[in-house]
Design a protein around this ligand. Structure first.
Ligand SMILES: [Zn+2]
Length: 92
């Protein structure tokens, strides 16, 4: 059975970093200290954030505003937790 989550998992992850739009977004987020992110902005970065966490990288240090938003926003936190579960692979 094909699910929404299968699509997520099969998405190539390496190429995503070379996406110019993503690069720009990451740069702007990394350089902005005071601004609060909207849910849309957090959502756009969330899979990268989750992957960094899974790789043991300093996701919170690299994207502090995402981290901060996740502590305040239950909606985005739920999405984030879903992503972590996807990255863990299928529960069998
Ligand atoms: Zn949010």
């Amino acid at each position: 059975m094909k699910t929404f989550f299968d699509l997520f998992k099969r998405r190539p992850k390496k190429t995503q970093k070379n996406d110019p739009a993503m690069q720009m977004l990451l740069r702007s987020v990394a350089m902005t200290n005071e601004k609060e992110l909207t849910c849309d902005e957090v959502f756009a970065l969330l899979d990268q954030f989750a992957e960094m966490v899974k790789r043991g990288e300093d996701a919170a240090g690299f994207m502090p505003l995402v981290q901060k938003h996740l502590t305040m926003c239950p909606d985005c936190r739920e999405e984030y937790e879903t992503l972590l579960r996807i990255l863990d692979g299928p529960a069998e």
